[in-house]
Design a protein around this ligand. Sequence first.
Ligand SMILES: Nc1ncnc2c1ncn2[C@@H]1O[C@H](COP(=O)(O)OP(=O)(O)OP(=O)(O)O)[C@@H](O)[C@H]1O
Ligand SMILES: [Mg+2]
Length: 368
Amino acid sequence: MTALQPDDCAVEINHVSRVFGSVQAVNDVSLSIRTGEFITLLGPSGCGKTTLLNMVAGFINPSSGAIRIGGKDVTNVPVHLRDTGMVFQSYALFPHMNVFDNVAFGLRQRKFTKADISSKVMQAIEMMSLSGMEHRRISQLSGGQQQRVALARAIVIKPKVLLLDEPLSALDKSLRAQMQVELIELHRNTGLTTIFVTHDQGEALSLSDRIVVMNRGQIQQVAEPIDLYRNPANGFVASFIGEINALPPATCTVASDEISLDIGNIRLIAPRRPEWQFASGQSAKAFVRPEHIRIATPADGGRNVVTGEVLTHIYQGSHTITRLNVDGLGPIEMRLPGGDVVGRVPVGLKADIAINLAEVVLLSNTAN
Ligand SMILES: Nc1ncnc2c1ncn2[C@@H]1O[C@H](COP(=O)(O)OP(=O)(O)OP(=O)(O)O)[C@@H](O)[C@H]1O
Ligand SMILES: [Mg+2]
């Protein structure tokens, strides 16, 4: 990767760690975030997302390492002098204040004039579609409206960096989808460098320029969504991003244009990719996404076709997830569009399925 020029780099996190007693919440994280980028910290609960975000905001000090914002070392700079706007995991609005005063908070702290405060607050309120609600108390707002107030409060100070800690997690599915669109539009309209935190991989894939996958305080991979989905760096990322079947360890036999994967008595054959460094005899792990498996046809000629017993069909409207047990491979999930296959192969009967190995994720068996 080419080094970023200082002008391109809005936030630079340099070997940052944080321990709480015996817990290593963040472990030697380094990351450069470009100006205007929408970057997402994604990982399971407890992996250190909030701690890392709070260190960028200044609410928590790193145990070691340094943070730069806009080229300036802010490691020891207090929160209100950092040019960051934050939306907290729990919104953290002031319940006793009305909408206007909540949004005005950061401006008053920064000693803007009354007239200036008024015009900036009204502009932010309008931007977040809250016009007419300035005098409402927080308790008189819906979850989605509170969400917008929290966003208005964060953007009103025109921060260099917008920090969003799971801002949509309290919303129901449809409101969440609507707010995702609003966040994309807010980002497009303001061009604000945004660090977004979520443990929802679908949300990360749909919103982000780049995704930082974290586990146990460490970065596992940083990549654009499509790259992360297609080329996960390790088993953790492969399993965390989207649905995937992890097949038992395979022994590779490498030919000029294909790799055979022997798993017990089953032989799968994948077209060889230039980036693969596997040697014959080496053990590898293959991961296959449910959408890359279908019912076999005679045209497959038995290539990459295995037989499984149907365990369940789960109808989900636009598609159906079918779970099968394949001798030698274990439980396998396949995903087929629509509902027409439900019941075509009844539960308890056998089906021949074809695995598309052009899209296989193949990792060395030693990688975790
Ligand atoms: N103030 C604290 N004191 C002690 N331990 C803490 C403190 N804050 C966080 N931790 C621990 O550090 C680890 C990382 O916590 P953090 O809140 O950063 O996780 P997270 O990725 O944001 O999780 P979630 O998705 O649940 O919000 C956890 O093990 C947590 O228990
Ligand atoms: Mg958190």
